[in-house]
Each structure stands twice: as C-alpha cells, then as structure tokens.
Ligand binder design. Structure first.
Ligand SMILES: C[S@@+](CC[C@H](N)C(=O)[O-])C[C@H]1O[C@@H](n2cnc3c(N)ncnc32)[C@H](O)[C@@H]1O
Length: 429
C-alpha cells in the first residue's frame, strides 16, 4: 500500500530514538546535540549500536524517499569539500582562540590570512553541516564537530589528508581510468593526474616528509574510528593460542595496531615493518613500557621477508592498496619466511554481495573501493577475489577462516601455509 513504507520507517525511527533516549538518560548521559560540550564518544556504547544503525539507515531511506528522483540526483554536494579543505588549509579550527569561546569573522580573517568576506562565505557554508555556528550575527563559535577538529590533531590530519590528497585525486579518477584503461599500475590513478606525478602514492609521499607524516597520522586516527578500532583485530584472532611468539606487522605504519596487540597479549613480541621515515617516527613515539616488546624495522614488503618463521604475519589494510599484480608480489615475498606453523592474518574489507547488507554500510564499503581506485588504481575485494588472489600468489596458501568481528568494518581472514619447510624452494614460483 502506497505510504506504508514511510510509516514503517517513521515508526522504526520513533522506537529506536526512544530506546536510545531512555538508555542515555538511565546512564546519566546528555541527549545527543551539536553542542560544543557534547562528549565525542557518546554514541559508541555497544548497547545502543543496533538502534543507532536502524536510525541511520531508516533516516537515509526516508530522506531519499522524500527527495524523490530529482532530489536524489541533485542533492549530493561536492562543495562540502571546499569548506572543509579551507578550514584545514587556512588553520581556521586550529587557530581559533581556544581561551575564548567566540571569534568574529574579522578576527578569523586575521589569523587565517584570507579576507573577511571569504572567511564568512566558507564558514557559513560549513555551518550548514554543523561545523562551527553563528550564535549572533558576525560571531563564530564552536560546535562539537569544529571543536573536535580544533582539539584532536589526528582528526585534523585526517581531514587534511582527505581534503588535500584524496579529494583532488577523486576529481581525476575518471580521467585516469579512461586514460589508462585496464592498467594495473599504481601510478595510473587520479592521484597521479591531480598531483602531477608519475610515482605511486607511497613513493610520492616519501618525497614530502610533511605529507608522509600527515598520512601516517591520518592512519592512526582512522584506527580509532567507529568500526576500525584496534580492539577488533585484538579480539578477532586467537592471539592467546600463540603463547610466546613473534608477530610481524607488515606495513604496520607507526605501530598502533602492534602496540594494541602486545598490550593485550604480553607474551607476544611485534616487529613493525614499514618505510624508513614511517618507522623512524614510530620508534620516536614508542611508549617506554613497549620498548622491549615492539621492534621497528625498515622493510620494503616487495622484497623477501627477512623475519623467518614468525608465528603471524599481519597484513592490515595493505593489499587493498594494490592491484592483483602487486598484491600477488607482496604475498609471494612472504613465502620464503613461512613454515607450516605460520599464519597470515589479513585484515581488510570483504565486499558483500550487492544488497545483502544495509545500504549505508554497503555504501561506505563501495566508497572505500572507489577511494582505492582514485588513490592507488587498486581495489577492495569480495570473498571470491580474496580466494582468487591467494591462489594466484601460491597454491599453498589456504584461507582457513574469515570472520567479521561484531561492530568491525574490517574482516579478519586467517590464512594457513601448506608448504613444509622454511624457504621451501617451490615458494619462489
Ligand atoms: C593503508 S596503510 C596501513 C597501515 C597499517 N597497517 C594500519 O592498519 O593502519 C599502508 C601502509 O603501507 C606502508 N607501505 C607502503 N608501501 C610500502 C612498502 N613498499 N614497504 C613497506 N611498507 C609500505 C605505508 O607506509 C603505510 O603505512
């Protein structure tokens, strides 16, 4: 019956908001708002996760139904990124006088170095997304979102990486795929056209220490984000079964994931491998109590793995940065180090069959897939792709398990090795 779906959605929203309201009140928490004092993690409580997801999905569908076909095609605005990029590049959030709760457009113009009228236009646009607000005409104050940007340096670097590196790359992604159809090369992406370079992303960033540092900080922030917390990899694999052992975090960035694992499992030692400048920063930031439990090591993951017979080789968010041709090389480079007791743990998105998960969840994963295209000419993979990739790399890899820890956006795949001795010659096939 026409109209029944919108009534159904409205009722789901009403029931779910009532549940969340009751729960927050019982716990003595404030009701959700955009207010500057809103706790950042208010909605992360697992007891309200289902209701929250229901509301996000139902409001998205209701919104689309109310927009209608014309609205669906015209309402997404690319201009959101302009104000976000301006806020980042001009240091509008970080320069906001934190001892004061408000600033005029003129004061912001002074420290951001652009004229007052541009500041006003940028911020009034951002305010429509609840980033900053204008409590009185001409006066700017924080919302919860702008305050987070001002006070959390990792969040700020994430926005910087997205607006300065990824957004320009996204605008040239279609140019890249038409210029280089069927290419598997990582230097044939929107990133290459937008940033005018023939180097793959990681090589290009390595030439610019500030950009490389920003990328690493963005990765660190990302690992605190909803569904991407390190707790999922800590709880998503039976690390306790290893006992005393060694894990190698291949492309482990600054060691955030390795640190979370060895903190939870004190008998494990983690060797974090990455590019030279990345591991240098990781070593500098390593907390004193982890000095003997984490080792940083410069290693190019296309070269043969130098740490032999580790218990686990962890590849978290590595292979999605590479097309089949290169992902296969990364896997093959591990082979000379593997024993039958070694496991690969691959922590990545596993794309769902279309229409089998709620649409917002699917949209987020498909957006990641496009992000890999625009940045690296690479891809996210579904389960058949993963099985195929492992087989392409070496027939002795076996996918033993693939689980999606509750609340995690990444799956944890456990891969066994059927070869029989370290460095088995067949491994270099
Ligand atoms: C998407 S990040 C993932 C980082 C980390 N594993 C995580 O889960 O947050 C990819 C990492 O691969 C590293 N990387 C890129 N090319 C590399 C190479 N040839 N050898 C080693 N590490 C590399 C990057 O520096 C970056 O830290």
């Amino acid at each position: 019956m026409a109209g029944s779906r919108i009534a159904e959605l409205a009722s789901l929203i009403a029931n779910s908001t009532a549940y969340i309201g009751t729960h927050l009140a019982a716990e003595g928490h404030p009701t959700p708002s955009f207010d500057v004092d809103q706790p950042t993690h208010l909605l992360n409580d697992s007891k309200i996760a289902t209701s929250r997801r229901n509301i996000i999905e139902a409001t998205d569908e209701l919104n689309a139904l109310m927009l209608g076909p014309v609205g669906i095609l015209t309402s997404p605005s690319h201009n959101f990124m302009i104000s976000l990029q301006a806020i980042y590049r001009l240091g509008i959030a970080t320069g906001f006088p934190h001892k004061k709760s408000e600033a005029t457009f003129g004061e912001i113009a002074l420290y951001s170095g652009v004229c007052e009228s541009h500041v006003r236009r940028i911020l009034r646009h951002a305010m429509t997304y609840r980033i900053f607000c204008e409590p009185r005409k001409g006066v700017v104050a924080h919302t919860a979102a702008s305050k987070l940007l001002a006070e959390n340096p990792l969040m700020h670097e994430w926005i910087g990486m997205v607006s300065e590196e990824m957004w320009p790359a996204a605008t040239r992604a279609v140019d890249a795929l038409t210029r280089w159809p069927n290419s598997e090369e990582p230097y044939h992406s929107g990133f290459n056209i937008a940033h005018n370079t023939d180097k793959p992303v990681f090589d290009e960033l390595a030439k610019h220490p500030d950009r490389e540092k920003r990328y690493a900080a963005a990765m660190t922030w990302f690992s605190t984000g909803p569904g991407l917390e390190t707790s999922h990899i800590v709880n998503g694999f039976a690390w306790e079964n290893i006992g005393k052992g060694v894990i190698v975090d291949v492309g482990g960035s600054q060691g955030v994931v390795g640190a979370a694992i060895v903190r939870a499992f004190p008998s494990l030692h983690c060797i974090v491998q990455d590019q030279v400048d990345v591991v240098k920063v990781g070593q500098q930031n390593l907390q004193p109590e982890l000095q003997t439990r984490i080792t940083f090591m410069k290693h190019d993951f296309f070269e043969a793995q130098p740490i032999k017979a580790a218990n686990v080789y962890l590849l978290r968010w590595i292979l999605h940065d590479w097309s089949e041709k290169y992902a296969v090389q990364i896997l093959k480079a591990l082979v000379p180090a593997l024993t039958q007791d070694s496991k690969l743990v691959i922590c990545e998105h596993v794309l769902p069959e279309p229409g089998t998960v709620p649409i917002c969840q699917e949209r987020a994963m498909r957006a990641f897939d496009l992000a890999m295209l625009e940045f690296h000419n690479a891809k996210e993979r579904d389960i058949d792709d993963w099985v195929g990739l492992l087989a392409m790399a070496d027939s002795r890899f076996r996918l033993l398990d693939c689980k999606q820890p509750p609340g995690s956006r990444l799956a944890v795949m456990e891969v066994g090795w059927l070869g029989d001795k370290v460095g088995d010659k067949l491994g270099s096939n």
